[in-house]
Every structure is written in C-alpha cells, then in structure tokens.
Design a protein around this ligand. Structure first.
Ligand code: ADP
Ligand code: MG
Length: 234
C-alpha cells in the first residue's frame, strides 16, 4: 500500500491487532490479544518463553493468519487480502529480522541486502549501490563480498537489519534480534536499529525477553500465557 494512504493511516495506529486468537493443537498461543503499533514507534513485546510473542509478531506481519480476531494495517484489514496481495504488502511495507540464519548463505553479503530491491524490480547495479549504503549505515564495511558465514554474529545481524530496511518499509518486525549475540554485539545491533528506525520513521515491533533490549523501545507490552499481562499498557 504505497501512495494514497487512508485517513486512518495518518491518524490511527499503523497496525492494530484486535482480539487475536491462535491455537496450535491444544496450545492456545494467543487468547484474545489486542495491540497497536503506531507509526514510527518502537514497541517492545516482552514475556517469558512460550507466552505467545512470536505468534503475535507473525500475525501482525501477515505471516500467520489468526483463527479469530483481526489485524488492520493502515486502516485496512489483512484478513480480506488474498495471499498474493498479502505477500506483496510484506515485500513493500514490512521488513523482518529473526534471531539468526535468515541471510542466504550462498549469496554475498551485498547481494543479500540488495535482494529485496531486485525482487521488487530494481536493476542489479542500483540495488547493489543502495545495499552498500545501508551496510555502511549499519557499520558493515569492507565485508560486502564475503558470504554471511564469514561474518561475526553481530555483523550478520546488522546486515540482516540492512536487508530489512533497504526497501524503506513502514514497519520492521524483529524477533529476538539479539538473542544469539553477546551483550556488546547486542548493544551495537540495538543502537543501529533504534537510530535508523528513528531517522527513517520506521515503526519497529521488537520481540525480546531481555529487559536491556526492551529499554530501547518507546513502549512495552508484556505477554503472559497468550494474553497481554494486566498492569502493562498496550
Ligand atoms: P514465544 O515467542 O513467546 O516464546 P510462541 O509464540 O513461539 O511464544 O509460542 C506460544 C506457544 O505456542 C508455545 O506453547 C509454542 O510451543 C506454541 N507454538 C508456537 N508456534 C507453534 C507451531 N507452529 N506449532 C505448534 N505449536 C506452536
Ligand atoms: Mg519466540
């Protein structure tokens, strides 16, 4: 959803989850969760392992369809979109970063970051030039032609952030982005993410169980047993 943003897009939340329910077999991963992600904010979703954080992220990012409830993006319900429109939206408006392993091992670091642009139709040379700029912003320099496996964990995560942001998304979904890093590398990743998100006005949904990581957020929603924990505002 590019030009012609709706009225809601500028006045309401960027993403709104209402009464989300998602069940896996007998496990109620989400038991009626309502959360807003406002344009440009960094929202931390915290809570113990198994509390439903990743499931919530997947529903908001349009990766998993909830069993009940709705997700609205810029005023428009995702559930009404056919699969191909949803994947187009994910490509144009959303970026994702997971804990590890999402860079393609066979491609160079530079081509990994250029890939979303090339998939969207940008010519290879221009895509690679823009990818290089983003890698530089994330402090990954001189490693463009290496494979991801040759980077440190922190460098690989910063390259993954560059890839998530290179297309100019409205929202980035980061699921435990520092979960596999030591604390220094984690701090560098979070500093880079928070700075670039604020510079570009990108909203970030940041899933973490680490209070130090959550401290980078503007707001926190705590999950407990598939629900938003009482006493923490959403
Ligand atoms: P968190 O990210 O907070 O650790 P999750 O959202 O991953 O929590 O999981 C919530 C609950 O749902 C857990 O009990 C988990 O085992 C279960 N769950 C999540 N995804 C699946 C799946 N694809 N298949 C079966 N169970 C799942
Ligand atoms: Mg998780």
């Amino acid at each position: 959803m590019t030009n012609g943003d709706t009225h809601e897009a500028t006045t309401g939340p960027l993403l709104a989850a209402r009464d989300l329910v998602k069940t896996y077999g007998r496990t109620e991963a989400l038991r009626g969760v309502s959360v807003d992600l406002r344009a440009g904010e960094i929202l931390a979703v915290t809570g113990a392992s198994g509390s439903g954080k990743s499931t919530l992220l997947h529903c908001l990012a349009g990766i998993v369809r909830p069993d009940a409830g709705s997700v609205t993006y810029a005023g428009r319900p995702l559930e009404g979109l056919p699969e191909h429109r949803l994947s187009e939206l994910r490509r144009t408006d959303f970026g994702v970063v997971f804990q590890f392993g999402q860079l393609i091992p066979e491609l160079t670091v530079l081509d990994n970051v250029a890939l979303p642009l090339m998939l969207a139709g940008t010519a290879r040379a221009e895509a690679r030039a823009r990818a290089g700029e983003w890698l530089e912003r994330f402090g990954v320099r001189g490693q463009e032609e290496l494979r991801p496996g040759e980077l440190s964990g922190g460098q690989a995560q910063r390259a993954a952030l560059a890839r998530a942001l290179v297309s100019g998304p409205k929202a980035v979904f980061a699921d435990e982005p520092t979960g596999a890093l030591d604390s220094l590398a984690g701090e560098q990743v979070m500093t880079a993410l928070a700075r670039t998100a604020r510079e570009s006005g990108t909203a970030v949904l940041l899933v973490t169980h680490d209070a130090q990581v959550a401290a980078y957020a503007d707001r926190e929603v705590r999950m407990r047993d598939g629900a938003v924990a009482l006493g923490v505002t959403a």
